[in-house]
Design a protein around this ligand. Structure first.
Ligand SMILES: C[S@@+](CC[C@H](N)C(=O)[O-])C[C@H]1O[C@@H](n2cnc3c(N)ncnc32)[C@H](O)[C@@H]1O
Length: 258
């Protein structure tokens, strides 16, 4: 684990709490670093344009399969922007977003009113669902915080229906990528597609730098700004540098249950 990463984890908790408390106008509905795919631009409504880069990460993660008519579970949904995007754009039958942060789930329940979309408090390591309940499980930039990744993968395997998909994206220190791949390989799910997307994420961090910096100036008091920037991955941060120097890598994997 990188030193910065060890230091960040308690800070992350403070950030999640802080966003829940102070983002009164619901300007922060995504907590991921985003994705840019060359010149390709996703067609989005005017209201969603502001969240283009984090939405593009969800779009890329879900691009391996059509979600039309399927029951979807998102684990680590945060403030629900991704689950809402999926429900509004990808025609699933249902989407449930789960997160361990009660404040985030309370926010989601208050903020969204989309047909087929709901939210529930829960832990990735002990999912509150019966076996074979979902066609697709989605997990975006959340698993780096799980203390037992193998346990999470077992839970995913159990709640998926036979033939169901697990769509996963997250970062790790470069020297932990092989063990993540091993964990995914040992999950009982078959890897259909794997891609390092670090360069796409860096492009998104570059493109979204100004917006995030403005938002931090607006929402965070001075003493919190350095921490908030680290959380957001703006260009001057250790986090950004760790991606740029290859110390940390971002992986996208699509898997299927037999
Ligand atoms: C960086 S945020 C990403 C949120 C969302 N996926 C997005 O892209 O906007 C990571 C989320 O994972 C959640 N999380 C961390 N550990 C968890 C666990 N054990 N079970 C469920 N959610 C967890 C955090 O509360 C946080 O909302």
């Amino acid at each position: 684990m990188l030193v910065a990463e060890k230091l960040l984890n308690p800070f992350m908790k403070v950030c999640y709490w802080y966003i829940s408390k102070w983002d009164r106008d619901a300007e922060v509905v995504f907590l991921n670093y985003g994705y840019v795919d060359g010149e390709k631009k996703l067609n989005l409504s005017k209201a969603d344009e502001i969240n283009r880069y984090p939405i593009q990460l969800y779009h890329h993660v879900t691009s391996a399969v059509s979600l039309k008519g399927l029951d979807i579970l998102e684990v680590g949904c945060g403030r629900g922007g991704g689950a809402s995007y999926i429900a509004r754009y990808l025609e699933p039958k249902s989407v449930i977003g789960v997160d361990i942060c009660e404040g985030a789930i309370k926010f989601c329940k208050r903020h969204y009113s989309v047909k087929g979309l709901c939210f529930s408090h829960g832990d990735a390591l002990n999912l509150p669902f019966t076996n074979n309940s979902f066609d697709v499980v989605i997990n975006v930039e959340s698993s780096h915080r799980y203390v037992r990744m193998n346990r999470f993968l077992q839970e995913v395997h159990d709640v998926l229906r036979p033939g169901g998909y697990f769509l996963f994206a997250d970062f790790r220190p470069r020297n932990a990528i092989d063990s993540l791949r091993e964990q995914l390989n040992d999950s009982g799910l078959r890897i259909m597609k794997e891609q390092k997307i670090t360069s796409n994420v860096i492009k998104a961090l570059n493109s979204d730098h100004e917006r995030k910096s403005d938002l931090i100036r607006k929402l965070a008091p001075r003493f919190m700004r350095k921490l908030a920037k680290e959380f957001a991955g703006t260009k001057e941060t250790e986090l950004y540098k760790s991606f740029a120097t290859g110390k940390r890598e971002y992986l996208y994997v699509a898997l299927q249950k037999a």
